[in-house]
Design a protein around this ligand. Structure first.
Ligand code: SF4
Length: 348
């Protein structure tokens, strides 16, 4: 994420003295007109604004822009809750506002009160896609990307077709908004009839999950944000997961985490574990962090909330932290070779 020039996010977005057009350094489209229209149509007096972590610093500037455009009696409130996905709406703020705007993610579930502003990346993926071709020797290729690059998905598909590929795409399930979209917890859009898949997007964790979920496919990672092309290699990741499962095999007391975030709750899964294991204790929480669990006297934890917390942050917890599938292996209900990536389906 690029830094604000000179770090003055407030003056950057404050139009009251300049009369200039609305611009931010990445030229993201915050869809201010759509938000203002909705505020006027609903005669809203309280408006909630929620930004993901990487964009929180833009919040005041966007609020400034909106304040300049909205009627004087409208109050804007910025959510201070952590936010990592569309599964993670600030429901507390949402209940207290007439219009709630969620920036940075595409809708997981629509509602009259919520405006989703997806904020697409403006990086050009095609130079890196050109480099990725070397890793894609077959005629058929699957194409997936994240919400940030979704605005160019059709162009990417067309470009690959122009290079002679038969491009396979699909919309996974109802947790996903778009054809070809993947989430850190859902790769159903890659259930396509091709042995190689091109993932276009930043970060290394999405494609690792994708490669684990589809071990029969070659997953080529084209990262136009960091300008690298790699082939997903799950070995190190698998070793880390096997290590966590092994360390949890002797555990007696289990903390079973039920996440209270709106799109991360798997109640039945959590309930089943505590029903079947008298040494398991249900712990409810919104943010699942090492600090919050440190004072619980448990031997191991199983997280039914966001799978990325378990896999990406797992080593930071003071006791082994497992996914529900890994828990089944650790307690002997399933063999070790059934270790798989934890995915999440449905909404709420
Ligand atoms: S559950 Fe985790 S991986 Fe899935 S959308 Fe939410 S934050 Fe992303």
């Amino acid at each position: 994420m690029s830094q604000d020039a000179a770090g003055d996010a407030t003056s950057e977005g404050d139009l009251r003295n300049t009369g200039m057009s609305l611009r931010h350094d990445r030229e993201w489209d915050y869809e201010l007109e759509r938000i203002i229209e909705e505020i006027e149509e609903k005669d809203a007096k309280k408006v909630g604004l929620q930004f993901p972590e990487g964009l929180k610093r833009r919040g005041p500037a966007v609020a400034d822009d909106l304040r300049a455009l909205a009627p004087d009696d409208v109050t804007f409130m910025l959510s201070g809750q952590p936010c990592y996905g569309a599964c993670d709406l600030d429901t507390f703020l949402m209940r207290r506002t007439d219009v709630f705007v969620h920036f940075g993610h595409s809708p997981m579930k629509n509602s009259d009160k919520i405006i989703y502003v997806p904020l697409f990346s403006n990086v050009d993926p095609f130079p890196m896609m050109e480099e990725a071709l070397e890793e894609l020797p077959e005629d058929d290729v699957g194409l997936v990307t994240t919400a940030q690059h979704m605005n160019l998905f059709d162009d990417m598909k067309e470009w690959l077709e122009g290079e002679g590929y038969d491009v396979h795409t699909r919309k996974g399930d109802d947790r996903l908004t778009h054809e070809g979209q993947v989430l850190g917890c859902n790769y159903a859009s890659a259930d396509i009839d091709a042995d190689q898949v091109l993932y276009v997007g930043g970060g290394k964790f999405h494609p690792l999950g994708l490669a684990m979920e589809h071990p029969d496919k070659k997953v080529v990672i084209c990262d136009p944000v960091n300008n690298v092309v790699t082939v997903a290699d799950t070995e190190k990741f698998m070793k880390q997961r096997y290590g966590a499962v092994h360390r949890a095999m002797d555990a007696e007391k289990w903390g079973v985490i039920f996440c209270t975030k709106i799109g991360q709750g798997r109640w039945e899964m959590a309930e089943k574990i505590v029903d079947e294991n008298e040494n398991a204790y249900l712990i409810t929480m919104d943010e699942v962090t090492p600090d919050r669990l440190r004072n619980f006297d448990m031997d191991a934890f199983v997280n039914t909330g966001c799978p990325r917390i378990t896999t990406d942050d797992g080593p930071q917890f003071h006791k082994p932290m497992l996914t529900p599938g890994e828990y089944e292996i650790a307690v002997g209900n399933k063999p070790l070779d059934e270790l798989s990536f934890d995915t999440f389906h449905g909404t709420w």
